[in-house]
Each structure stands twice: as C-alpha cells, then as structure tokens.
Design a protein around this ligand. Structure first.
Ligand SMILES: [Zn+2]
Ligand SMILES: [Zn+2]
Length: 266
C-alpha cells in the first residue's frame, strides 16, 4: 500500500521524523510513503505556524536520508490555499523551486478565519452549509491555483462535525462536487482518499457515492493518505481507504514521481 499524506517533523504540528515513519512502515504493510509537510502562505488561525517551514533544510535532510529497509519514500508538500493572489504566487514559487514528487492542494481556512476542523465551525452552519461552504472555498481556490496533483481532504469538515447525522451526502452540494471533479479530471489531476475524513463516518457508503461520482465523470485514480501527524494515525485505516476505492469502482491508486502519476492497479 501507498500512504501519500504524511507529516514529518518539518510540519509544525508533527514531532515524528521521516526515519521513524519509515521504520514503522513495514509492520503496517506500507510500501511507499510520501511526506507532505505543510506550507500555508496565509494562515490566520492562532497557535499554528504552517507558514514557517524551512524547505531548504528539509530538502537537504531528505536527500541525505538513507534508509536501509524496503519502504520507498517520496518528497511531497501540502499547500494550504487561501483566495489571495500572493498566496498563489508564493505557493507556485515554492513548488517550482524545490521540485517535489507530489503536491497536495488543501483548504484549511473558510471565510476569513473559520476553522473547518473545529466543532465551532458548525455553530453558525447546518451540516449541509458546513460542507457546501468548504467545497465552495476549495473550488474557488483550485480554479485560480492549478500547480498541484491532488486536492486534499475535501470532506474534512466531517472530522469535527458535532451533529449525529454528520456524514457528507452528495445531495449536500451536487453542483460543487461536479464542478470540482470536472476541473480535476480535465487537468489530469485527482483527489485523495483521506482516511482521517472517514474515521468517524456513520455510513461509509455516503463517501463511496462521492468517489463513484468521480469515476462516472471520467476519473480513474485517486491517491490514499492517512494525514498522519504522528505514529497514532500512521498505517491505520489505510486498508479501508483502498477498500473505499475498490467499492467506488476506481481502477488505480496513484503514486507520484517528479509530479507524474505512477498508477498501481487495484
Ligand atoms: Zn490539510
Ligand atoms: Zn495534512
């Protein structure tokens, strides 16, 4: 299996080194890890410093990293997007400068500073509005910013959704889902199956339906990632992510090498 969303100690919210993940990988059946540390050129939420990542230091560390086990590793990035021209320009500059294998584009902030990972996000939103506002922000950002390979965690409001009926439904935002998927497919890009988004799913078929829609519109492959910020998530649910892909009828899971997809048949 491949895990294409892992935060090493170069992310401000992870203490676990790349070496520690690689040592643990074999026990979880992970054959390839892509490290996707954060860079958010605009991050207004207090207490987190995603803007400060030192990618020059990270690149030097990763290119010197020799790991004797079988697990392969790739060097990626997770860009946090915000609808602001300087964010797009600076993100593109970083992507071009460091020659990553794989780039995730994610949204971590809705409105000016609403945190979609917090239950408070839903204080002024219904379940449907919570998902629709998030997806609208994703769509607005990826329409303007195209230099990425997969869009990250599009169902992340599910993680902190406080309602009993918490799962995303296609009927919550069918036009937005179609617009996002069509845009990705037209550019040869994809979305990830982020196992954190499904951790608390009431019925996983609600999410299978969304990936089925991606397939219906012409999508053939996704990436799968655990969004690990430490050992507690790493490897867990990765198999469930693969099952979800199979249930949706996808043909491949993608790894990446120098920004080109390497397809693994399901
Ligand atoms: Zn993220
Ligand atoms: Zn992440």
């Amino acid at each position: 299996m491949l895990d294409y969303h892992v935060h090493s100690s170069y992310s401000c919210d992870s203490q676990t080194t790349a070496e520690e993940y690689l040592i643990a990988a074999e026990a979880f059946g992970v054959e390839e890890v892509c490290f996707t540390d954060h860079i958010d050129r605009h991050f207004p939420l207090p207490g987190i410093h995603h803007v400060d990542t030192d990618f020059a230091l990270r690149e030097a560390h990763f290119s010197a990293l020799s790991y004797p086990g079988k697990t392969r590793f790739k060097c990626g990035i997770e860009i946090g997007l915000f609808p602001k021209a300087s964010v797009y320009t600076e993100s593109k500059r970083i992507v071009e400068r460091f020659g990553f294998d794989f780039v995730i584009a994610s949204v971590h902030v809705v409105g000016e500073m609403d945190d979609p990972y917090s239950p408070e996000y839903f204080e002024k939103r219904s379940r449907r509005e919570g998902y629709a506002d998030y997806l609208k922000r994703v769509y607005d950002c990826i329409r303007e910013y195209a230099d990425f390979d997969a869009v990250g965690h599009i169902f992340c409001p599910a993680r902190a959704c406080p309602f009993e009926d918490r799962d995303f439904r296609l009927s919550d935002a069918p036009e937005l889902i179609d617009a996002i998927f069509k845009l990705l497919i037209s550019r040869g890009q994809t979305l990830e199956i982020n196992t954190q988004d499904f951790w608390h799913a009431i019925d996983i078929n609600n999410y299978v339906a969304a990936y089925k829609r991606f397939k219906e519109l012409g999508g053939e492959f996704c990436t799968v990632g655990t969004d690990s910020h430490g050992m507690n998530r790493f490897g867990r649910l990765l198999g469930n992510g693969y099952e979800l892909a199979r249930a949706a009828g996808l043909k491949y899971i993608a790894g990446y090498e120098a920004r080109k997809p390497v397809l693994h048949k399901l």
